[in-house]
Write a protein that binds this ligand. Structure first.
Ligand SMILES: NC(=O)C1=CN([C@@H]2O[C@H](COP(=O)(O)OP(=O)(O)OC[C@H]3O[C@@H](n4cnc5c(N)ncnc54)[C@H](O)[C@@H]3O)[C@@H](O)[C@H]2O)C=CC1
Ligand SMILES: O=C([O-])CC(=O)C(=O)O
Length: 252
């Protein structure tokens, strides 16, 4: 059974800790100690207020469900402590220097960095971009103004540009664009729309390349405690963890 340590005890953290299937939660950490303590009361795992104490516990993989800043601060330490890491706030890896240094550290310590599919579908086959030419990738994301911290009364373009710029402005909303960029190896074009008429998180992905064309539309339900985060993002972490020890590996 896979043993995990949970870094980030908010909305996704709670879903993970309350759906332990194929893994067990061994330790909890959050920059807000009461978040970790609340989750400890729910799931029974111990909460730590000191990161070094948390990372010294006996678990196989640290599951990050906190923030881009938390990845920058703690991911190197996780690997240095000889633990694998699952990174949901993958936007942190849009900084190529940071990404390279993290990969070097993973190799040095013989550890893995897992990036779940998060709030989108199709990430598995988008990896063909690493071996076959992709001509263009566009992600058009639509969310409610509330989840983007905006107040608008009509559909409004919040951002148009490249993924690595969008994540700087919306670190809690567009991690998916960086996951697509890493998977494909392409500079991803992003449009981020705030739409008062929608109560879902909609991701439209348009890809053209040597393989042909793909249009993928994911219409996500927001998760219970954070409308900016799709429920699918938490589910994708659960399915990754459930399959970690499975001898049958499905999807590329
Ligand atoms: N890759 C993807 O497809 C997706 C990624 N995400 C990202 O996943 C992360 C978790 O999402 P939610 O659980 O909905 O967020 P949340 O805001 O509900 O919970 C985050 C928790 O992490 C804690 N935290 C934040 N910064 C921290 C730090 N520096 N050190 C320790 N703890 C810290 C917070 O106190 C909070 O308890 C967010 O960064 C979000 O942007 C969300 C949806 C999709
Ligand atoms: O959950 C979503 O729909 C997307 C999201 O917040 C992110 O990629 O950061």
């Amino acid at each position: 059974m896979v043993r995990i340590g949970l870094l980030g005890c908010g909305n996704v953290g709670k879903i993970i800790a309350t759906h332990q299937d194929g893994f067990t939660v061994e330790a909890l950490f959050d920059r807000l100690p009461d978040h970790a303590e609340d989750l400890a009361r729910i799931c029974g795992a111990p909460a730590y207020s000191d990161f070094q104490e948390f990372i010294s516990q006996d678990f196989d993989i640290c599951v990050e469900a906190a923030s881009v800043l938390a990845v920058r601060e703690y991911a190197p330490k996780v690997l240095e402590n000889n633990k694998n890491i699952l990174i949901l706030s993958v936007g942190a890896l849009s900084d190529t220097y940071f990404r390279k240094s993290l990969l070097d550290k993973a190799r040095e310590h013989g550890r893995k960095i897992h990036i779940p599919s998060g709030a989108i579908m199709g990430l598995d086959n988008l990896k063909v971009g690493q071996i076959s030419k992709i001509d263009s990738v566009l992600l058009r994301t639509t969310k409610s103004p509330e989840s983007l911290n905006m107040q608008v009364t009509e559909r409004t373009l919040a951002f148009r540009g490249k993924a690595n710029e969008c994540i700087k402005q919306f670190p809690k909303n567009i991690n998916v664009s960086v996951a697509i960029a890493i998977a494909t190896g392409c500079d991803v074009d992003v449009e981020l729309w705030a739409d008062p008429e929608v109560d879902r998180n909609i991701h439209d992905i348009f890809v053209t390349g040597e393989f042909g064309e793909a249009n993928i539309r994911v219409i996500n339900h927001p998760s219970p405690d954070n409308p900016a985060t799709s429920y699918l993002a938490a589910l994708s972490v659960l399915s990754l963890l459930k399959n970690l020890d499975n001898p049958l590996v499905i999807g590329s």
